[in-house]
Ligand binder design. Structure first.
Ligand code: GCU
Length: 366
């Protein structure tokens, strides 16, 4: 891959070298990556950005068949998870929808902003018509999107004021996606080697974190995730969100340690390519929108290039891209890392869904 223009832009970012582990040890093979590199970057990101992973709880499950069936094309069940910890418990309803005409289907685990089914971000018919199933949760049923850590899952785990590497809300949403994976991988309707995680914006950050930490997910689609998601923080584009901006408005998404990097992203021992690289050698698709300046399209694109170093340890190409900066209409979905830049604003649109499904189908049929 010839990447001189792109490489120049990337060099300007001066990123920490993914292939240098603790005590300057260099990582040259996929075995060294798995033994040293991967655990090292995972530890850094948990300690400094997202916080510790809460321990696994095994829920009890209740299933209720739903009446609506999308013209007979889909079966819909409400699956309620009941988590119990000591005296406390918390119930989370999720929706499982899958094609009637297939015995097993590839699946999206979708952490969503909306509760109703279908909804503006969840085009059930398009998903079913493309042969996929979807297992979705409304994120605030997991825990609220604010600084209150006494409700929902957070209320089960966080007993004192948060400090240091106590996790933020993104980690709780992500934890739930992994519990949905525990359940879905036992259902015969799901092809368990073809389950991915998808989310938009703050939930695109969540989706990326989920796939980075849990290698049962064979793909991730991280839509318009921007700062602290798919976008590199170092050298961000004009108008892009900074670590200071996000820490000022949404400190509770992260662990308290992250706040020290406001205006100091250049001093952080990590950048967001460390997160994306943890998905290797699986598939990662990053979606951007032209008018979504806040999510910094160029920094999301450059991350795909930077993180590909790790896919190459697996003798995979990673991101396959011409030597040019991204322009509207670009759709690079042939590699293990994909990126598209559609017209329009910050949104999870049908266009994004169709591109992700095309990318995944191509990968599955290869
Ligand atoms: C804000 C925030 C972004 C986030 C977005 C969203 O704009 O600054 O980081 O991605 O909300 O989740 O909608």
């Amino acid at each position: 891959m010839k990447i001189s223009i792109v490489q120049k832009e990337l060099d300007r970012r001066n990123l920490p070298d993914l292939l240098v582990g603790p005590n300057h040890v260099s990582i040259n093979t996929k075995e060294e990556w798995e033994k040293v590199g991967r655990p090292y970057w995972k530890k850094v990101l948990l300690q400094e950005e997202y916080g510790k992973i809460p321990p696994v709880l095994n829920p009890t499950i209740a299933i209720k068949k739903q009446p609506i069936d999308f013209a007979g094309k889909a079966i819909w069940e409400e699956v309620t998870f009941n988590f119990q910890k000591g005296e406390k418990s918390h119930k989370i309803p999720t929706q499982l929808i899958y094609p009637t005409r297939k015995e097993v289907a590839p699946f999206f685990i979708f952490i969503n902003f909306c509760k109703e089914v279908p909804n503006k971000y969840l085009p059930i018919e398009e998903i079913i018509d493309n042969g996929f199933g979807v297992f979705t949760v409304f994120y605030e049923d997991v825990t609220s999107d604010d600084a209150d850590f006494s409700n929902g899952l957070a209320g089960l785990f966080q007993e004192t004021d948060r400090q240091g590497d106590d996790c933020g809300k993104i980690m709780y949403w992500s934890w739930m996606a992994s519990r949905m994976m525990d359940y879905l991988s036992m259902r015969r309707e799901a092809d368990k080697n073809k389950i991915g995680v998808v989310g938009h914006s703050r939930l695109g950050k969540t989706a990326l974190l989920t796939a980075a930490l849990d290698d049962r997910f064979c793909f991730v689609c991280s839509n318009n995730s921007g700062c602290s998601g798919a976008a590199l923080s170092r050298g961000r584009s004009e108008g892009g969100e900074s670590v200071r901006d996000i820490c000022r408005q949404f400190p509770y998404w992260f662990c308290p340690n992250y706040l020290q990097y406001a205006d100091k992203e250049n001093e952080a021992p990590f950048d967001q390519h460390c997160l994306l690289a943890l998905v290797a050698p699986r598939k990662a698709y990053i979606g951007a929108a032209l008018e979504d300046v806040w999510a910094d399209n160029l920094s999301q694109f450059l991350n795909c290039v930077a993180a590909s170093k790790v896919w190459r340890l697996y003798e995979k190409e990673g991101f396959e891209v011409p030597d040019d900066l991204p322009k509207c209409g670009d759709k690079f979905i042939d590699g293990d890392v994909g990126f598209h830049l559609r017209e329009g604003k910050h949104y999870f649109s049908r266009t994004d869904w169709l591109i992700y499904m095309e990318a995944i189908q191509n990968a599955i049929n290869k």
